[in-house]
Design a protein around this ligand. Structure first.
Ligand SMILES: *Cc1c(COP(=O)(O)O)cnc(C)c1O
Length: 394
């Protein structure tokens, strides 16, 4: 069946035919608890009526006109998003990688405008920013880069959660114009920095005129128990990248900016044919309205605490578990040994969808709309799968 697809993916042997809330139905009509939400995309769960209705209504009226003309829905979405993110301006694209590409281009323009001919951007070890050439070059994972050299120049690598390393670069490199980082590293294994790290990065950026650019593609849209993860420590970046949860499955990305960064692009500097089209913006507007009306940031914070607590209790006697961590409904369970394929397929057998990051950290990104009972089932099945795995490998 997949004979004519390129071989860049290695999908599990399962196909879903429909979804509702936190549940997916496969071809045999078996139901699965979706604790991954399509990799952090369907925060409102599957087939959310508000999103479905917004798409239906917009599709009946107008799908696309291009950015040669004003787009009312795009202007409304920009205003809404800037409101919740405390930012000033938005650029819309179709994916996370494109949102980061826009941020990289903004940083370089900002550098050139300050008279820096060869601007460089500090990026983190163990980071993930996407699969385009510039974003894989910014990514701190050799597996993502291997075979695609020559990489895009202009990135300086620093260890994550190490403010002293950034201070050393600040003393030695006059060409730095920006720092790009995830507030919590997602693909890298749910790595949560110290509480004071982001505020310290903010202060360093202020001291040196650098742009602080946060990749909130996975952490944003209420996932971590706040609209955006940077808000936990009251840190306001200059540039913020969004995608994943923004459209609940309709492809859309955004690069938000404030201050000088918000003014850097001039007509002709950047663009996207599809970016910010009426359909995608209508879906995103419905997502934001629903997140707001149901106060899902607070709900994600509460559910996240309960689930982490529940997992800690259920796995207290399981010596294979190294740490359970995260924020809101972005949860990592790090094991002492690699577990990638075994655990994901064992979970599928139990009707649970999860992923494993960095070889040994089980990642949970359940929808923000799950009920207390579904959260309870999630704890039960996850801990069963981990207990079983511990038993087979001891
Ligand atoms: C998923 C992700 C991306 C890439 O998004 P795509 O839509 O796949 O291009 C970039 N950064 C982070 C933090 C992500 O989680």
């Amino acid at each position: 069946m997949a004979d004519h697809l390129m071989t860049n993916y290695a999908p599990l042997p399962i196909t879903f035919t429909r979804g509702e809330g936190a549940w997916l139905w496969d071809e045999q009509d078996k139901i699965h608890l979706d604790a991954l939400s399509g990799i952090g995309v369907c925060g409102l769960g599957h087939a959310h009526p508000a999103v479905t209705e917004a798409i239906r209504e917009q599709a009946q009226r107008l799908l696309h006109t291009s950015n040669l003309y004003h787009i009312q829905r795009q202007e409304q979405l920009a205003e809404k998003l800037c409101g919740v993110a405390d930012m000033e301006k938005a650029f819309f694209c179709n994916s996370g990688a494109e949102a980061v590409e826009a941020a990289i281009k903004l940083a370089r323009l900002h550098g050139h405008q300050r008279g820096i001919a060869q601007p460089s951007i500090i990026v983190m070890e163990n980071s993930f920013h996407g699969r385009t050439l510039a974003t894989l070059s910014a990514t701190g994972n050799r597996k993502v880069q291997a075979g695609f050299e020559p990489l895009v120049q202009g990135f300086i690598r620093a260890p994550f959660n190490d403010i002293e390393a950034l201070r050393v670069i600040a003393r030695n490199d006059p060409n730095v114009v920006a720092v790009l980082l995830e507030p919590i590293q997602g693909e890298g294994g749910i790595i949560v920095p110290d509480d004071d790290y982001l505020p310290q990065v903010r202060a360093l950026c202020d001291d040196h005129g650098w742009l602080m650019m946060l990749d909130e593609i996975q952490t944003g849209m209420c996932r971590t128990g706040a609209w955006f993860a940077c808000q936990h420590g009251n840190t306001l970046p200059d540039v913020m990248c969004l995608a994943k949860g923004l459209g609940n499955g309709v492809p859309i990305g955004a690069c938000l900016a404030r201050g000088k960064a918000a003014e850097a692009f001039q007509p002709g500097n950047h663009g996207s044919t599809f970016g910010g089209n009426p359909l995608a913006c209508s879906a995103a507007l419905a997502v934001i309205t629903t997140l707001e009306e149901q106060d899902l940031a607070a709900r994600a914070a509460e559910l996240g605490e309960n689930i982490r607590e529940g997992l800690k209790n259920a796995l207290a006697d399981c010596s294979i578990v190294r740490e359970i961590r995260g924020a809101g409904l972005m949860i990592g369970i790090e094991l002492h040994r690699p577990c990638t394929d075994l655990v994901t397929s064992a979970a599928v057998d139990h009707g649970l969808l999860i992923s494993v990051q960095a070889e040994r950290t089980i990642r949970l990104l359940p929808p923000l709309i799950i009920s207390d009972d579904e959260a309870y089932q999630l704890i039960n099945i996850t801990s069963t799968v981990i207990h079983d795995f511990a038993a087979t490998t001891d």
